[in-house]
Write a protein of this length. Structure first.
Length: 268
């Protein structure tokens, strides 16, 4: 196996022609996506370049503190971004999302690092940071879908929930169907990704390792480990955030307070 092919800035310019083609299609069909495409392109280039710059210095520092700081910042930003993707909000939602993202993603990442990969020391940045990043990227989608479905469910099914409460149901019993639907919605994307992996698509980590010259069988085992870790994080995170969010729309007397839910313009 040979090492990875180095990309130059000119190579990236050539790849950028594909983005220009996308913009041309948007203009030709009047899709009005040009501004959004340009913004997404600029953000991705700046963010990935900044990430590469930071990781070079974290790797060179060779200590746990920069790694821990990076992990916390990544998880916190993911929690905030999950809320930004929703069109309904309730007071305390960002705190719930950030807390869940921090706790569940870090627990799953540390489990994989310590018990599966047995990395010593655990804070080796070339392992823990990419693994957490892949977990966060997928958990973010599941959690944001769970949040959106939960708040939409309470707003839409208000009469049904209040009827159940009036007939003696507990808050948990009255919310059961909404919570079940929200958790299902949040976990379906990762389940679909697992089904497609290997037959329809080659997932990102396996692709990266193969491009870096790793043995394909070794790369496939790493990808299986990552898929299992991501699925665990998505399930645990979605269940946790949906359950905690459902509490925010009830008051201390167990009454449904749909007035606490407000709509916002989608940021995504």
């Amino acid at each position: 196996m040979t090492g990875p092919i180095e990309l130059t800035p000119f190579d990236l310019v050539l790849a950028g022609i594909l983005i220009l083609a996308n913009g041309a299609v948007s203009l030709a069909l009047d899709l009005r996506l040009g501004k959004r495409l340009a913004m997404a392109t600029v953000r991705s280039v700046l963010q990935l370049s900044l990430l590469g710059f930071l990781l070079e210095r974290i790797f060179a520092a060779n200590g746990p503190l920069p790694v821990i700081a990076m992990l916390i910042v990544m998880a916190a930003l993911a929690g905030v971004e999950a809320v930004r993707r929703t069109t309904r909000r309730v007071r305390g939602l960002t705190l719930v999302s950030t807390t869940v993202m921090l706790s569940t993603s870090l627990i799953i990442a540390f489990y994989g690092i310590h018990f599966v990969l047995e990395v010593d020391p655990w804070w080796k940045p070339q392992y823990i940071i990419p693994i957490l990043g892949m977990i966060l990227g997928n958990a973010l989608t599941g959690i944001s879908l769970g949040l959106e479905t939960t708040l939409e469910g309470f707003a839409r099914d208000r009469d049904q929930v209040e009827s159940l409460l009036a007939h003696g149901a507990t808050r948990r019993e009255a919310s059961k169907d909404i919570i079940r639907r929200a958790v299902r919605t949040g976990t379906i994307p990762i389940l679909n990704a697992m089904i497609a992996a290997g037959l329809i698509s080659i997932p990102g980590m396996m692709t990266g390792q193969i491009l870096a010259g790793e043995d394909p069988m070794s790369a496939s085992r790493y990808q299986i480990f990552i898929l299992f870790s991501i699925t665990g994080a998505v399930a645990l995170g979605t269940i946790s955030v949906v359950t905690l969010t459902s509490r925010l729309v009830f008051d201390e007397r167990g009454r449904l307070r749909v007035d606490r839910i407000h709509s916002v313009d989608g940021d995504n």
